[in-house]
Write a protein that binds this ligand. Sequence first.
Ligand code: PNW
Length: 449
Amino acid sequence: MPTEPMPDFPAGFRWGVSTSAYQIEGAVGVDGRGSSIWDTFAHSPGRIVDGSTGDVACDHYHRHAEDVDLMAGLGVCAYRFSIAWPRVQPGGTGAANPAGLDFYDRLVDDLLARDIDPVATLFHWDLPQPLEDAGGWLNRDTAHRFAEYADLTAARLGDRVKLWITLNEPFVHMSLGHGMGVHAPGRMLLFDAFPVAHHQLLGHGLAVGALRARSTSPVAIANNYSPVRLAGDTDADRAAAAAYEALHNRLFTDPLLGRGYPAGQDFDAGVVRDGDLAVIAAPIDVLGVNYYNPTAVRAPEEGSPLPFDLVPLDGYPRTAFDWPVAPDGLRDLLGWLRDTYRDDLPPIEITEGGCAYDDAPDGTGRVPDPERIAYLDGHLRAVRAALDDGVDVRGYFVWSLLDNWEWAEGFTKRFGLVHVDFDTQVRTPKSSYAWLRDLIAASRRAPAA
Ligand code: PNW
């Protein structure tokens, strides 16, 4: 257990928790929801390590009142959830399905009644399957469909959602979903997946316009970043690190913040049309930063298809996902963002951070997770240090409120502050929940500086 008292955070610092629709909702056939690429992928044999699907997940669709109670008990200021596009537009186009929007309408009102800011992500990877059948994000038209969906959603919720997030981790959706085939839709295009980057960014820019027309709330995007650590000291190693940094950390952020695509790889893939970069650079109010770990990079072996080689990062404890626990990487990353984007960098919210461990009830009704407490303690201190470094960080959202369905890892990776028994759906707050509750309470009680 951490012993040093946590330094104070600024008054109004936004303490939050994050989830996403397909990972928690279940109720896949309910109230007219259409199918998404994740339904298709999860139901394809061999794709998910434990053979599970999100058909039921945490059954949050039917248990959201209990889950909002858990958030209220934690004392969070905000809840970041995602809206399932196939609930709003079962076929991916056309009129809204009112029953699908009703669910989010109720959720938003429940949150507001408990003084929790609703933070809504429009796309957390669950593309309507009919749009995938028409080419998905490889098809430029999907960007326009996304803006239409943003418009329908904001028409209903725009008066009450407090922060809009267009896309979640477009880099992961491009690379794991379309480059390497380990996420839906399971394409293995390697660098031929770049049109997926551009069309997501174009969809983001068009959606910013649609949201602005319907809502006065701030608009953001949630990118994942991984600070790059050099695992060698030759010029070839440095070139490899720069190539990886361009791909993972700059490919989406440079054009978003008005700098066009990074040089090097042919990132624009021949799909960029006149005017697109201006649409993509539509001003955003907040940059969402998802941070899990740094990446160690060195020069590739002769004949490698990639311009870099990723190697294990030594010297850190590891989570059950084998990801290094490196809070110093978060401080480095925030400094890198400030130094790289300077006056173009909007205020930051850490829209995800968290860790998976094999948490289990101990037989006395408790779920001890001291590693998660240590993880959060370290990463919150890193945020505090970054604030002292002058980086404008407005909040931290823990991934995740609940143990949930972790994509290709199925139910085998538990990221929650709250343990979920997936047979009974019983929720049990872990020891990290009580720790964070006390920290948030102390922070929200602290007098304004
Ligand atoms: C993020 N990687 O995904 C997502 O936004 C969440 O939905 C997810 O549950 C969470 O992080 C934990 O994994 C990622 O392989 C998935 O580097 C994979 C990677 C990174 C982020």
